[in-house]
Design a protein. Structure first.
Length: 415
């Protein structure tokens, strides 16, 4: 999950509705990148040819359509993610009015962010990792047993989504919501992150957030079992965390933990199934999972706003301009990763940006790795001949990639 102070926190939308960046003057890169091509089905499945074309022009490239800087270089993205003095996650620092309902672990900067981040870190420590591990494996065994005899099944709906919803609610120590109610709302929030490319998705995304925050408020009306949510609710007043920020942040943990983890199970498994079965290995170590995150992680964009004039990748970035880091591109930067277009299960070091960096780096990265390790390792060992039955149907999301469906089969007695 990505701080993300949660499992995985979905990144800021590429360009915040209501804010306008200033058009740079004389920087030599006022360029039409054809960014909307990222919404085409082929690019949703593989955006890297587009990323490479951008990188050939500049690792920090101005886009005239959405009026933002597109960052594809690793060093440049790493710098912007860590530099909280020059680049902010809290849009109020550049004068954008942000309603209290949107203030959370995901959108605040230090020092407000530090208080809620430390509180959420305490919550992770209060959760029992052994119970979570057993829950993940038991649920996975149950879900796989239900589908292994089918000719074909949708891995998204039958395994990835129910598994991660069970895992994140177990982590939080809260009741599991109805999947058919929760998943569409959660997907609507992810759609809203692409509001610069699809403006019609912004307001529904805000409304969906409000509904999940209401759900978090319902949790607090009854005693909670010992664990993550119970701990942070009890400690919030003494930690100086505002009640609304607490509810919004619990919503972020639920939403981000579910979305990024479930989408990674899908993008990761798709990558593995494209490898000939005789060349596959079970991805059952932290090292192997992190290489899959680098190569096929679902989070492709995180954005920041420039707080004061600065320089990034030899480009002058002015106060008020938006900088969007394309993490998928940065994670295949040949200046940092040897043979970046190949999966190398023993890659060391692996300083990928799939879990972010800096103050908003993922607090629950190890939990996300644990869920993926259990899932990919179990499938790899039990079903070495698992196969893709048809081409996946991608969701129209640039910020956080995902699939409507992934039809696969575990049976090797069928053509």
């Amino acid at each position: 999950m990505v701080d993300r102070g949660r499992w995985n926190h979905p990144p800021q939308r590429v360009f915040p509705a209501g804010a306008r960046a200033m058009t740079p003057e004389g920087n030599g890169h006022v360029t039409d990148t054809n960014i909307l091509s990222l919404l085409e089905p082929a690019a949703l499945l593989d955006p890297h040819p587009i990323y490479r074309r951008w990188k050939e022009q500049s690792t920090v490239l101005w886009d005239s359509d959405i009026e933002a800087w597109l960052v594809t270089g690793y060093d440049e993205a790493f710098t912007a993610l860590r530099d909280i003095e020059n680049f902010c996650q809290d849009w109020r620092r550049i004068g954008v009015d942000t309603p209290p309902s949107l203030l959370s672990l995901q959108t605040l900067d230090p020092p407000d962010h530090t208080r809620i981040r430390h509180l959420m870190l305490e919550g992770f420590k209060a959760a029992d990792p052994q119970i979570l591990e057993r829950t993940v494996q038991d649920t996975l065994d149950e879900l796989l047993a239900a589908v292994e005899g089918e000719k074909t099944f949708d891995f998204v709906a039958k395994v990835a989504e129910p598994l991660t919803l069970r895992a994140v609610t177990q982590l939080l120590g809260v009741p599991e919501p109805d999947k058919d109610w929760f998943v569409p709302l959660s997907n609507t929030i992810v759609d809203g992150m692409d509001s610069s490319l699809r403006p019609e998705c912004y307001e529904p995304g805000v409304e969906a957030r409000a509904k999940l925050t209401e759900l978090a408020g319902e949790w607090l009306k009854s005693p909670l079992p010992d664990g993550f949510a119970a701990h942070v609710v009890k400690r919030a007043p003494s930690a100086g965390v505002d009640h609304e920020v607490l509810l919004n942040s619990l919503r972020v943990v639920l939403q981000a933990g579910f979305q990024t983890a479930s989408r990674f199970l899908v993008t990761g498994l798709l990558t593995l199934l494209r490898i000939p079965s005789e060349n596959r290995v079970p991805v059952d170590t932290d090292q192997a999972v992190n290489e899959l995150v680098r190569f096929a992680g679902p989070v492709h964009v995180e954005s920041r706003a420039c707080v004061q004039d600065t320089v990034l990748g030899e480009q002058k970035i002015r106060k008020g301009e938006i900088v969007s880091m394309f993490l998928g591109a940065a994670n295949r930067d040949a200046r940092v990763f040897e043979d970046p277009e190949s999966l190398r299960w023993d890659r060391t070091p692996n300083r990928h940006l799939g879990f972010g960096r800096g103050p908003h780096a993922c607090l629950g990265a190890q939990v996300a790795v644990q869920v993926a390790r259990s899932t990919f390792g179990t499938i790899g060992r039990r079903y070495p001949n698992a196969r893709l039955v048809s081409e996946p149907v991608p969701r129209p999301n640039v910020t956080e990639h995902g699939m409507h469906s992934l039809q696969i089969s575990f049976r090797d007695d069928l053509p």
